[in-house]
Write a new protein. Structure first.
Lengths: 365, 165
């Protein structure tokens, strides 16, 4: 567990080399002797670790390790848990002890199971159905989880950076400092995404959303590539929220033409119009749905593949395989850097396209 | 899909939606509007500056063209004036010549006429004097001649001889 956790830092180029050399030098240290198939066990452990990484968590854990006495030690900070379960319940996630104990709050017992909070009894019993899913009742959970913390941090970071950039324009017509990097990007979104897709007439009112969504997704994707273990955009809830905003903006800015093209497609015979109406109506939902899935799947896949390749190092455990998978992980990290920006671009681009279709004026019909 | 639904976290969705919408609104007020306005203003300023530079260039061209035109006109005018002056000079000279000639002719004519008349007068006077003189001479001769009888006869004879019948 310790080495895999630490090896998250592999995505950091310089740390990576030294750590992997250390790991390769002490191959057998942490493998318990009584296990029959250490490799099989390691594979399971890696898989579990990856699955765990993809989930949200109630505390902010940098890494954990098992000390000489066999205890799990976590280098982490607890975060507030907010539950609505016969009244508002707020407590620190340290009560769960990283899922090892049951938290008792106002006479109610809560347990962490697969990174979800379930109501339970004092012993922490979790009932399972035949599909091995927990059947315990789930309280309404509005906890400030690790992902929420990073959403807030990225929001604050963006506010700080961009309001400073806005201020720098007050005295000087040219951008200063960080604005020199961001201004070309802002102009790119305006000139190459917003104006061509939405049109010169309407693009202004969508700029705030497009710019925010682009920088938000990009920055948070980049954070996901750091060894902090952040993975905000591979939560379907996050991408759903983003896609939903796009959907609502599209729907509420749809003009007469937009709705006419959905319910009574001009220029086709009337039986076709009746067939097309439900398809078009469904299309309005499918478009943002594809946004949601695309972002979620791309980032999740990137994380899984990258972590699997890093995990391969511990399965190979030799001087050929481990450097090879290190090289592969390095190359993939570079690719993920591209994907981080590309997904932000695609989300912004397609949102702009949908807004454009909503406000388009069909003069040519 | 099952796993996706199971993993779906309402809390995260709620926070993401609230925080993201708040972020859009805050950034709109504090960042995007001022930034986009500044960029737009700058772009318009650049366009305007380019336009005014172009206008100034055109004006300069016009000015140069004007100058050249004025210069050309001045040159043409000067040439015309020179030509006129030359013509005037020529005409004055020729006029003066003609007048002088006419005057001279007139003077000569007058002189001629005066000379003629003087000559006539002189001739007339000479004639008169000659006639008087002749008469006097004739008188004297006659007297002289007629004082002698012979001579008178001789004269008559001479005269008669002269007269040829």
């Amino acid at each position: 567990m310790y080495r895999i956790n630490v090896l998250k830092t592999l995505t950091f180029l310089f740390f990576a080399i030294t750590v992997s050399v250390n790991a390769a030098n002490n191959p057998d240290e942490a493998i318990p002797a009584e296990q029959e198939s250490p490799v099989q066990n390691l594979k399971t452990e890696i898989k579990e670790y990856i699955n765990h990484h993809l989930l949200d968590s109630y505390d902010f854990t940098l890494y954990s390790y098992t000390n000489d006495a066999g205890e799990h030690k976590y280098i982490s900070a607890p975060l507030p848990v907010i539950l609505i379960d016969s009244g508002l319940k707020v407590f620190s996630s340290s009560k769960f002890h990283h899922g090892e104990t049951v938290a008792e709050v106002d006479g109610q017992f809560y347990a962490l199971y697969h990174n979800k909070i379930y109501k339970t009894d004092a012993l922490g019993t979790i009932n399972h159905n035949e599909e091995n899913h927990a059947t315990n009742e789930k309280p309404l959970d509005f906890s400030i989880t690790k992902n929420v913390v990073f959403i807030i941090l990225v929001g604050l970071f963006m506010l700080l950076i961009f309001s400073r950039m806005a201020n720098s324009y007050k005295n000087n017509p040219m951008p200063k400092g960080i604005g020199r990097i961001f201004e070309p990007l802002i102009l790119f979104i305006r000139n190459d995404i917003a104006i061509p897709n939405i049109g010169e007439k309407h693009y202004r009112k969508y700029m705030s959303y497009l710019l925010t969504v682009f920088f938000f997704i990009w920055i948070i994707n980049l954070l996901g590539l750091t060894p902090l273990g952040v993975n905000v955009t591979n939560n379907i809830a996050v991408t759903l929220a983003l896609a939903l905003v796009t959907y609502f903006i599209t729907t509420f800015s749809g003009n007469k033409n937009y709705w006419k093209h959905i319910f009574w497609m001009p220029g086709v015979p009337w039986p076709m119009k009746i067939i097309l109406a439900p398809i078009e109506l469904l299309g309005t939902v499918i478009k943002p749905f594809s946004l949601m899935i695309r972002l979620y799947a791309n980032i999740t896949a990137g994380h899984i593949v990258l972590m699997s390749i890093i995990g391969l190092m511990f399965i190979f455990k030799n001087w050929i395989g481990s450097p090879l998978s290190f090289g592969l992980a390095f190359a993939l990290s570079l690719l993920e850097l591209l994907v981080a920006a590309l997904q932000a671009y695609i989300f912004t681009m397609l949102s702009a396209l949908y807004f454009g279709s909503a406000v388009e004026e069909h003069d040519h019909h | 899909m099952d796993k996706l639904i199971e993993q779906f976290s309402l809390g995260l969705f709620f926070w993401q939606l609230i925080l993201f919408v708040a972020l859009v609104l805050l950034l709109k007020k504090f960042a995007w509007k001022p930034i986009l306005n500044a960029v737009n203003d700058r772009e318009e300023g650049i366009l305007k500056a380019l336009e005014s530079a172009e206008n100034a260039r055109k004006e300069m061209q016009n000015l140069t063209a004007d100058n050249e035109r004025i210069l050309k006109e001045a040159r043409i005018e000067r040439d015309a004036m020179l030509k006129e002056a030359r013509e005037m000079k020529d005409s004055i000279i020729s006029e003066a010549k003609g007048e002088a000639h006419a005057q001279a002719t007139k003077v000569i004519e007058q002189a001629k006429a005066t000379i003629e008349s003087e000559k006539h007068a002189a001739i007339a006077e000479i004639k008169n004097q000659v006639a008087e003189l002749s008469l006097e001479i004739a008188e004297k001769v006659m007297r002289n001649e007629l004082s002698d009888k012979n001579k008178q006869i001789k004269l008559v004879e001479d005269m008669l001889k002269e007269v040829k019948l």
